[in-house]
Design a protein around this ligand. Structure first.
Ligand SMILES: C[S@@+](CC[C@H](N)C(=O)[O-])C[C@H]1O[C@@H](n2cnc3c(N)ncnc32)[C@H](O)[C@@H]1O
Length: 265
């Protein structure tokens, strides 16, 4: 069995490290790689899906910055990779301020190491299941001002929240000032049959997240209550404002991902 750094459990697959492995990263352990390989058997498009998801983050943050947003709250931020939210935001607007929130110790350790000394970006431990605690966190409130527009990102994380997800999103929304925006992406069922969905649920039960809950597009639309969805609406992730020259791999069987951005007037 591998030895992990102090405080990091390498016996339980971490959804952050599974995602890192699928992206081709190195911040993962044998238990994560085994879970990711099993996931690829169930949903062979998982690698393409995570890459498409990262491209969506770049486009969504660029959009928000061009809307004038200078503060970003990224909940379920994941392990640092390429084109992270702060890099995209700072490139568009050098005065941007970014808060990363995650509940995975590996993410917190790597994030803090990467950002050491960057006064514009902080990494905070927090749990999306407790949105009130995130909103009340003094470190977050010192770093961003909820009286001004915030770009809220919950990208590929709400499908790990089986209960109260609509209430959680509404709690966060209610704290946002007009001019704020929310970017979501989320796994849907795609062409998985009942048996694969069941096996997927079992797989994620054994991970750090403890559950996965794909949702239909109709269910996902409800998360945007109170927001104006910007064009093209809630669409398959690759179809959210693709830029010229972006890869459009042929459709591989597996789950679907949906993505959208809403503005608060
Ligand atoms: C699939 S990764 C997505 C990372 C990044 N948002 C992206 O889309 O590239 C999901 C992230 O959400 C985090 N996460 C899962 N459940 C969470 C919770 N209840 N509170 C905070 N973070 C959570 C995981 O630790 C992981 O880093």
């Amino acid at each position: 069995m591998e030895q992990g750094p102090p405080g990091i459990d390498v016996t339980v697959p971490s959804v952050a490290r599974i995602y890192d492995y699928l992206l081709g990263g190195k911040d993962n352990f044998a238990v994560d790689r085994a879970a990711a390989e099993k996931l690829l058997e169930l949903t062979p498009n998982a690698r393409e899906g995570v890459r498409a998801n990262r491209r969506f983050i770049r486009r969504a943050v660029t959009f928000m910055a061009r809307e004038g947003i200078r503060q970003f709250l990224d909940i379920g931020a994941g392990l640092p990779t390429q084109e992270n939210v702060h890099q995209v935001a700072l490139r568009e607007a050098p005065d941007s301020r970014v808060v990363y929130v995650d509940n995975d110790p590996t993410v917190l350790a790597h994030g803090r190491a990467l950002l050491d000394g960057d006064g514009q970006t902080i990494v905070v431990d927090g749990d999306l299941r407790e949105p009130e605690a995130i909103l009340a966190d003094p470190r977050i409130n010192e770093h961003i001002d909820f009286g001004k527009p915030v770009g809220l990102l919950m990208v590929a994380v709400l499908h790990f929240i089986p209960e109260n997800a609509e209430r959680i999103v509404a709690t966060l929304r209610d704290r946002l000032a007009p001019g704020s925006a929310m970017a979501l992406s989320h796994v849907s069922y795609g062409d998985l049959d009942e048996e694969k969905i069941r096996e997927g649920r079992e797989l994620y039960k054994a991970t750090s997240a403890g559950a996965v809950i794909p949702r239909t597009r109709a269910e996902l639309l409800r998360f945007f209550d109170g927001f104006d969805l910007v064009e093209p609406g809630l669409v398959v992730t690759e179809d959210w404002r693709p830029e010229p020259g972006e890869p459009r791999p042929p459709r591989i069987p597996g789950v679907d991902g949906y993505a959208g951005v809403g503005l608060l007037r």
